[in-house]
Design a protein around this ligand. Structure first.
Ligand SMILES: Cc1ncc(C[n+]2csc(CCOP(=O)(O)OP(=O)(O)O)c2C)c(N)n1
Ligand SMILES: [Mg+2]
Length: 579
């Protein structure tokens, strides 16, 4: 993840004042101090955690290294908060959890970060070394399971090697396509007395490297010429942009490129908003299930430029592109090149550098009538959804529209993964990068509230609005208490169709019945009040606008309970027909 704004970047390397060293008592300097100091040196401002005896050393050391502990209600929430911190700030996120169930509770967050290529460090406690494998309380060996959900996982067995392992964790997290890593530190290693002068041997006298290693420029002239020729001879090119472009800060280069050659483009995942989605050439999200215009464009295109992305599930694994269409793919991760569908030209390169190189001497003769027809198709598609969205209970689109009317322009939005969220995800138009959070490929219900809280902690001056269904809300609604304790006034809009809607509709279509799909309406505003937040009920667009305004003015975390009409989203209809 690259820094979006150097001034606001939390990744600025921090100088940490040395602390007095004593063999016991409150000033004792131990493994936890080595860990926290190494994290602070890498720009870490917060550690998200649920406490546990074996990680007390981290709680003790954090404050004096200038790091705030954010004590959540569940380890999954701590993991999701670390993830959102990384997405928003450009600096990896960190969570620390106790042994056994503390660690296994982070697995879903690790999967979410893995699939979204987000760098997070999960630190897990463990029994003392001499109790390993002897049945110590809560203790399991988490390395096999964490290895399967992270890029790298390891165990530190000597206190003075903690900084070395943090350095290693950073390199694994950031190398190639970023992702989560796991580090287990047994309690006697973490609590072991340390010398405050210990530095990782790998660093010598250098300060820690906090940036991602640069992806080499594309030097292969043959590849460059092939890509340039494919574009130069294309009449109906389409560009699909994915995660790499976000990390590469490639928004400006992409905007110039599509404007110069008049290429319709579609944005996916972390790339949402890197070029304004209300740009006349932006034809919506790059998910075939959610965007009929994308399906038409791909069916009619003669060249597809898949920039910093791969043929994933939401691109029908590549079957959305007919045979014979030229495919140019770039990815910083060579493993993703040709994944699911072979490209004609597959190039390991960062998107910004690739486009700049390819542009040299490139002329294109794009069929502008065709481009206009694609852009018009998208405008019509969006408009159709708007038209059906009248009446009470609110259609999800009407709910979205009312919320948007009350939100300032720098609002960060978060969505979940219910039916209502597929409506909202496809209809939202982001005009800047870093203003939208969504679990993404993991599709994990439950990420949204922790995501929003972490975003608010990282960007206290920006409003944060979280959309979630009545099902998804149940996962981590208790983190409202965390939001209250840490002063993170997020606005949670609960879109209540009294159902696990996304599952109920395809289920009844297939089997003719719904089985255990109902969720009785609960008094969510009262729950909010009970947890120290504020609550509103809003049934009409006017009430929604008023509630959002009052919630934002209250300066407190808020829940807006909005009954909605269950209307199957185009996304759900498409994917449930596919399986
Ligand atoms: C962790 C997890 N468990 C289960 C699912 C499957 N799932 C997807 S959507 C959904 C229903 C969500 O209901 P709700 O949040 O009320 O949104 P709605 O579909 O009703 O709009 C379920 C159970 C999931 N995506 N993630
Ligand atoms: Mg629901």
């Amino acid at each position: 993840v690259s820094a979006k704004d150097p001034v606001e970047n939390e990744g600025a390397v921090t100088t940490v004042a040395p602390v007095a060293v004593a063999s016991d008592g409150p000033d004792r300097f131990e493994g936890g101090d080595l860990l926290c100091r190494a994290l602070a040196q890498r720009g870490i401002k917060r550690i998200f955690s649920v406490s546990g005896g074996p990680i007390n050393s981290i709680f003790h050391a954090a404050g004096r290294a200038g790091i705030r502990i954010v004590h959540t209600r569940h380890e999954a929430a701590a993991g999701f908060m670390a993830d959102a911190t990384a997405r928003i700030t450009g600096t990896p996120g960190v969570c620390a959890v106790t042994l056994g169930p503390g660690v296994t509770n982070t697995i879903t967050a690790a999967i979410t970060a893995r699939l979204a290529s987000v760098p997070i460090l999960i630190v897990g406690g463990q029994a003392p070394i001499n109790e390993l494998d002897r049945g110590a309380g809560m203790s399991i060996d988490p390395l096999p399971v964490m290895a399967s959900v992270t890029k790298w996982s390891s165990r530190v067995l000597q206190t003075e090697r903690i900084p070395e392992y943090v350095d290693r964790a950073w390199r694994y997290m950031l190398e190639g396509r970023p992702g989560p890593v796991f580090l287990e530190i047994p309690v006697d290693v973490l609590g072991g007395e340390a010398n405050s002068g210990v530095e990782p041997k790998t660093l010598g006298d250098r300060t820690p490297v906090t940036d991602r290693p640069r992806v080499p420029e594309l030097t292969d002239q043959l590849m460059q010429s092939a890509a340039r020729f494919a574009l130069a001879t294309s009449l109906r090119p389409v560009m699909i942009v994915g995660d790499d472009a976000y990390r590469d800060d490639a928004g400006e280069v992409i905007r110039t490129f599509v404007e110069t050659y008049k290429i319709p483009f579609f944005l996916a995942r972390l790339a949402r908003g890197i070029v304004s989605e209300s740009h006349r050439l932006c034809c919506g999200v790059a998910y075939t299930p959610a965007n009929a215009t994308l399906r038409t464009a791909l069916a009619e295109a003669d060249c597809v430029l898949l920039l910093g992305h791969f043929f994933e599930f939401d691109l029908d694994f590549g079957s959305c592109v007919p045979n014979g269409v030229k495919i140019i793919q770039t990815s910083v991760d060579a493993v993703r090149l040709n994944e699911n569908r072979a490209a004609d030209i597959a190039i390991q390169a960062a998107p910004g550098g690739f486009l700049s190189d390819i542009q040299v001497g490139l002329t294109m003769n794009v069929d502008e009538t065709w481009v206009d027809s694609i852009c018009k198709s998208w405008l019509l598609e969006r408009g159709e959804h708007e038209q059906v969205a009248t009446g009470v209970p609110l259609h999800p689109i009407a709910l979205l529209r009312a919320v948007l009317e009350a939100c300032p322009s720098d609002t960060i939005f978060v969505t979940s993964h219910g039916n209502v969220d597929f409506w909202i995800d496809a209809q939202l138009q982001l005009d800047k990068p870093g203003h939208y959070l969504r679990a993404g490929q993991s599709g994990a219900l439950g990420a949204e509230i922790p995501f929003g809280i972490a975003a608010k902690l990282a960007r206290p001056d920006q409003p944060v609005v979280i959309f979630v269904g009545d099902g998804g809300f149940g996962y981590h609604c208790l983190e409202l208490d965390t939001a209250v304790r840490y002063g993170a006034p997020v606005v949670i809009v609960v879109a209540d169709d009294q159902k696990w809607g996304a599952i109920a509709v395809p289920q009844s279509r297939r089997y003719g019945v719904e089985i255990e799909m109902n969720l009785p309406e609960r008094d969510w505003p009262r729950l909010a009040e009970a947890l120290g937040a504020v609550g509103f009920r809003a049934e009409t667009p006017d009430q929604v606008r008023t509630a959002v305004t009052r919630a934002l003015e209250s300066g407190r975390p808020a829940v807006i309970h909005a009954p909605i009409h269950l209307v199957e989203s185009p996304y759900m209809r498409y994917i449930s027909a596919r399986t």
